[in-house]
Ligand binder design. Structure first.
Ligand code: SF4
Length: 378
């Protein structure tokens, strides 16, 4: 089993908080970029070592900015380069204001069966302040259009801790999302990344950061409201109705290999990590010339241990103690059990009957520091 991720690094405008790799140059670079991704898919197909590709994910940037003709060429080129006949989940990320009836129709024709939409908030004043192009009403309309076109597997993204957000307004946003009954919901706490417009606004005192305790309260509200509405909290930031866990994202958390294509995309095969340059022109010219791109790093035993612990503990399934012991040896296991014992005693971690270590509800709130304690390879 394997997943394929394609990074589409184009956006119509820049959101104030975002530090993802993307540019505003779709008009002049879009066509070459798509051909470069197809060329990279041909070059890298062998890296999949015969593993069946079961998920395809077009992320960004803003994949919904790609004109339909380029999107079709991309999907057709990927299918020629890589056997996609076993793909069960084909996701595309979208911004609500791009979701036109024609675009929805094109998605179904291309076999897309899941859309992940960046809604972020249902408060127009906040959306405007952080540079989003859509309104809450457009998000609601986009959901209806996708469903009308037959795409019912929908994921919505929300952000908590946005400047100006209150406990009451966040609660309203979560309830508005639930009212749309998406099959999946992801929610992330806002981070102030150096170099972003939001970072500079905070430096100048133009925005005030929501206090950490209030962010934790927002997260608690999120978890409770979604649980009450029947969503499974299967990863720290991810919730799904039964049967609708994101298969593609789950492959990141359970060590399934994935191939990343496009500028700034990452790949991982269980031992080796590869990442492409954050440089559009370099990516296009080198890839179209058939030159290998991307830097490669073989993870040490310690780094693989840390990766396994961090990704496993983020999920509701936790991390398998027996596998840690067998795969990483006595020293790593001694460190892990010693540190884990403190957190078990404090009620933040528990061990299941089949030997998996899982964060408790209290532990989820402290996940960063607990995971740091359990790491061994740093
Ligand atoms: S649309 Fe997404 S990728 Fe583009 S700037 Fe906004 S948050 Fe970043």
């Amino acid at each position: 089993m394997a997943g394929v991720y394609v990074h589409i690094p184009f956006c119509a405008s820049r959101c104030s908080y975002c530090d993802f790799f993307s540019t505003l140059r779709l008009d002049d670079a879009g066509r070459d970029y798509v051909e470069a991704v197809v060329a990279e898919a041909r070059m890298m197909a062998a890296e999949l070592r015969g593993e069946q590709v079961t998920t395809l994910y077009l992320g960004g940037g803003t994949p919904s900015q790609l004109p339909v003709a380029l999107l079709s060429r991309l999907v057709e080129g990927l299918r020629e380069a890589i056997d996609m006949s076993a793909v069960e989940e084909f996701t595309i990320e979208a911004n609500p204001d791009d979701v036109s009836p024609d675009w929805c129709k094109a998605l179904t024709a291309l076999g897309v069966n899941r859309v992940s939409m960046g809604v972020q908030s249902f408060e127009d004043v906040i959306l405007k302040a952080i540079g989003r192009r859509h309104t809450a009403a457009q998000a609601v309309e986009a959901v209806a259009r996708l469903r009308d076109a037959g795409i019912s597997n929908l994921s919505l993204d929300l952000i908590f801790g946005l400047p100006g957000q209150t406990i009451a307004s966040w609660t309203d946003s979560v309830n508005s999302a639930i009212a749309l009954h998406p099959s999946h919901l992801s929610a992330y706490g806002l981070t102030y990344e150096e170099g972003t417009r939001l970072w500079r606004q905070r430096e100048r005192g133009e925005v005030v950061e929501v206090p950490e305790e209030q962010c934790l309260e927002m997260y608690r509200i999120l978890v409770n409201l979604l649980r009450e509405a029947g969503y499974e909290h299967y990863e720290i930031s991810n919730f799904a109705l039964p049967g609708y866990h994101s298969r593609h994202n789950s492959s990141y958390w359970n060590d399934t290999p994935y191939l990343g294509l496009g500028a700034a995309a990452h790949s991982y095969d269980g031992k080796v990590r590869r990442w492409n340059p954050h440089d559009l022109q370099q990516y296009i010219s080198k890839t179209l010339a058939g030159e290998p791109i991307g830097e490669i790093e073989e993870l040490t035993l310690g780094e693989r241990f840390d990766e396994r612990v961090m990704l496993g503990l983020r999920t509701a399934r936790g991390v398998d103690g027996g596998h840690l012991r067998d795969d990483f040896g006595a020293e790593a296991w001694r460190h892990f059990t010693r540190e884990a014992a403190r957190h078990i005693e404090a009620g933040n971690l528990r061990v299941t009957e089949d030997g998996r270590y899982v964060l408790t509800n209290d532990g989820i709130m402290l996940s960063d520091s607990i995971i740091r304690d359990l790491m061994w390879g740093e």
